[in-house]
Ligand binder design. Structure first.
Ligand code: ZN
Length: 168
């Protein structure tokens, strides 16, 4: 690809060059493309002064092997778990004391305990009831900034299989 788009400088040729926009959506640590998160989520999750918040798009890196949780696209700014108020499920999905549902504080351990005690899990129904009751706040409680139900289903299925409990 040519370095120049062929536009005259007065047409804003500097803005046309792909490397400027092509690189920054990737996590600066592991080069994977993260999911866009609302800046409100980053503000809610940070444990550092919010003077660090910049008017850029922030993305969430879900790779368990990457220490970076949020990064600002278009510049080299990143936040790891030490900068956050919560431990991040995606970074510790195998650790059962980390929340998988942040709004109602369900963990792999609490889901395992119910499965072992009763042979079934009511966690999905409990979360849905909380959502219906207007008690859910994934945008400011969950580091991924969105609903936890997909993650919770994954944990329930993994534990059912591990404990030899047939899926519902
Ligand atoms: Zn990363």
């Amino acid at each position: 690809m040519s370095d120049s788009c062929g536009c005259p400088p007065e047409a804003g040729a500097a803005m046309c060059r792909p490397p400027i926009t092509a690189r920054p959506v990737r996590c600066p640590t592991n080069q994977q493309v993260g999911k866009v998160v609302d800046t409100l989520t980053v503000k809610a999750m940070l444990a550092v002064p919010l003077t660090q918040i910049l008017p850029v798009e922030y993305r969430f890196c879900r790779d368990p092997n990457c220490p970076t949780v949020y990064y600002g696209t278009g510049l080299l700014q990143l936040f790891t778990e030490v900068d956050l108020r919560e431990r991040v499920y995606q970074k510790h999905f195998h650790e059962e004391d980390v929340f998988v549902c942040y709004c109602f504080q369900h963990t792999g351990q609490s889901i395992r305990t119910e499965l072992q005690t009763t042979g079934k899990s009511t966690v999905i129904e409990a979360i849905n009831a909380g959502i219906q009751a207007g008690q859910c706040a994934c945008d400011i409680r969950n580091p991924q900034g969105s609903c936890c139900l997909g993650n919770v289903r994954t944990v329930v299925q993994r534990l059912q299989s591990e404990l030899g409990i047939p899926p519902d």
